[in-house]
Design a binder for this molecule. Structure first.
Ligand SMILES: [Zn+2]
Ligand SMILES: [Zn+2]
Length: 233
């Protein structure tokens, strides 16, 4: 059996529904799926999605994670590849701004990341209850305390539910952010505008944009691509 965690094919029947939009996947239509543990039998089952719906809920590392990819038409391979590129989990400040030697001076001046669509994989908010646990220090996060979210798409649960939030204390996220390839400022976290002004400032201070030279940016990009290559094996 194909061991790759995701799969693509042309729908063999017109019976399956997309897990995201719940609409029927038409027969012959390009679809992408994720293998998850079945609720009904001992083994894995494939959950199917439309192309764009799939990338709203999943983040495959590379095309090599997608079974049958090479059997699709060149045109469809290109479509999948483009979507994959748009959804790369690398969050760098705008390099053009870096080249110009410009540094943001205020929250409003910070350059927006290129992959805007998936910055929503992150977020900041006041904890709605005292029940969440920080994935970094494993301690509880108090109710109303600032907490930072990073969506998990790679664990079994993350795959099964099309993303599962991982919560962090503000400081814990700051310590962990390079593991998440998050080099942007905390002021770019979705949800920041809903915090009190004073707290917005705290988030921006604890998570400043990481100051990167163009050569450092190049290095990070290369390491990122390399890691992708390794995870293929
Ligand atoms: Zn859909
Ligand atoms: Zn923590």
């Amino acid at each position: 059996m194909d061991e790759r965690p995701y799969k693509t094919e042309y729908a063999k029947s017109g019976r399956a529904k997309c897990r995201k939009c719940r609409k029927i996947l038409k027969k012959g239509e390009l679809r992408l799926g994720v293998w998850v543990e079945s609720n009904f039998f001992d083994g894995k089952t494939c959950q199917w999605y439309h192309l764009s719906c799939f990338f709203k809920n999943h983040r495959p590392g590379s095309i090599h994670d997608i079974g049958h990819y090479e059997e699709m038409s060149i045109e469809d391979q290109k479509k999948i590849h483009e979507k994959l590129d748009e959804n790369k989990g690398l969050f760098l400040p705008d390099t053009n701004e870096i080249k110009k030697g410009k540094r943001p001076h205020s929250i409003d001046e910070e350059a927006a990341p290129k992959n805007k669509a998936i910055i929503k994989d992150f977020g900041v908010e006041y904890a709605k209850s005292g029940r969440s646990t920080c994935v970094e220090c494993l301690k509880n996060i108090d109710e109303n305390e600032i907490r930072v979210k990073k969506m998990d798409y790679s664990s079994d649960i993350g795959k099964k539910f099309g993303g599962k939030p991982m919560w962090h204390h503000l400081e814990c996220f700051a310590a962990k952010r390079e593991d998440y390839n998050f080099y942007l400022g905390g002021s770019q976290l979705p949800g920041i505008s809903k915090l009190l002004k004073g707290d917005q400032k705290i988030v921006a201070d604890v998570i400043p944009t990481i100051d990167l030279s163009p050569s450092e940016v190049k290095k990070i990009k290369e390491d990122f691509e390399e890691k992708e290559e390794i995870t293929l094996g």
